[in-house]
Ligand binder design. Structure first.
Ligand code: RI2
Length: 307
């Protein structure tokens, strides 16, 4: 239990972050918990796995990769402890292996849409989006990147560090400079925390303003998302919750004590409607946003009663 709590805390505080990494960390936490779980009955085993699954899912509400990973990893059909334990270990390992492979596939497929000379704008820090960009560069394409700072947590600094490591020419800008620089951009490439059944994208706050500016300037807007970032519950009409984080991420709390009429809002994500998205690069190929429903039904293998 201690190890799971540690992982959950790291996800909550964003020491482990990025929708894909959160998912892998949760699957590994369930696997290790199941492997060491000492119980006296199968009922107790099932109850403890349920409890730990809900606990992990509660750490961050928006990235659907988290509940998807937990559900995929914690599946079992055996009715005895040892059988169920082995199934969880195998399913968790399968998930982690597939997640790692998915990043490579997205990079390979998405990079085919990147042309020599392209200027690419990206937002926040997405390993899936970066896989496309670095793969294109490693294929010998002469590209450069404009990366946003991504207030308030400034994950853009992780992105520019990563790109610098590859030797990719990169310009760091503040979030509000997005429209100013859009004229210099050929393509926008961003990641995803969740994709709804109607093809809408949920990603780091500010993504929708990149999409709007790209749409206005007739620039291509590409999303990089593993299939486990598509949200099954949206088919049933359950909306994706937008995480509201602490005001202290935006401003020093001591400043607010003097300002009794001021409140701070800090939503971590926003919605980009499907009509602003040209394509979604997934591990099963490039799809239009209108195919989100099919991905959920065909590739996540979700049964309605499980949602
Ligand atoms: P990968 C991140 O959220 C960003 O919004 C990013 O675009 C998304 O997860 C996907 O990241 P946060 O954890 O899975 O920084 O592509 O809040 O790495």
């Amino acid at each position: 239990m201690e190890k799971v709590k540690e992982t959950a805390e790291k996800i909550r505080t964003m020491e482990i972050r990025g929708a894909g990494r959160i998912a892998k960390a949760a699957a590994e936490a369930i696997r290790d918990y199941a492997a060491e779980l000492e119980v006296t009955s199968f009922e107790e085993f099932a109850a403890r796995i349920n409890e730990i699954s809900s606990y992990l899912i509660s750490t961050r509400p928006t990235a659907v990769s988290l509940p998807n990973a937990v559900k995929l990893a914690s599946r079992y059909s055996s009715k005895n402890v040892e059988g169920a334990r082995q199934e969880i270990i195998e399913n968790a390992n399968l998930f982690v292996g597939r997640a790692d492979k998915a990043l490579g596939k997205i990079g390979k497929i998405g990079s085919r849409r990147i042309m020599d000379g392209d200027v690419i704008m990206t937002h926040c820090n997405s390993h899936a989006a970066l896989s496309i960009i670095t793969t294109a560069f490693e294929e010998g394409k002469d590209i450069s990147v404009i990366a946003t700072e991504s207030r308030p947590r400034r994950q853009g600094l992780l992105t520019v560090r990563h790109l610098n490591g590859f030797g990719i020419p990169t310009t760091l800008i503040i979030d509000s400079a997005v429209r100013y620089y859009m004229k210099d951009v050929d393509k926008v490439v961003v990641g995803a925390d969740a994709i709804a059944a109607n093809g809408a994208l949920v990603n780091k706050i500010g993504t929708s303003q990149l999409a709007l500016a790209a749409h206005e300037a007739r620039k291509s807007f590409m999303v990089a998302a593993e299939t486990f970032k598509f949200s099954p519950s949206t088919i049933l009409g359950i909306p994706i919750e937008i995480e509201e984080r602490a005001a202290s991420e935006v401003v020093d709390p001591s400043i607010l004590t003097e300002l009794s009429n001021v409140q701070v809002k800090n939503p971590a994500f926003d919605f980009t409607p499907a009509e602003y998205i040209d394509m979604i690069v997934t591990d099963i190929g490039i799809i239009p946003p209108a195919m989100a429903y099919t991905v959920i039904k065909e590739y996540l293998g979700w049964e309605f009663e499980e949602i």
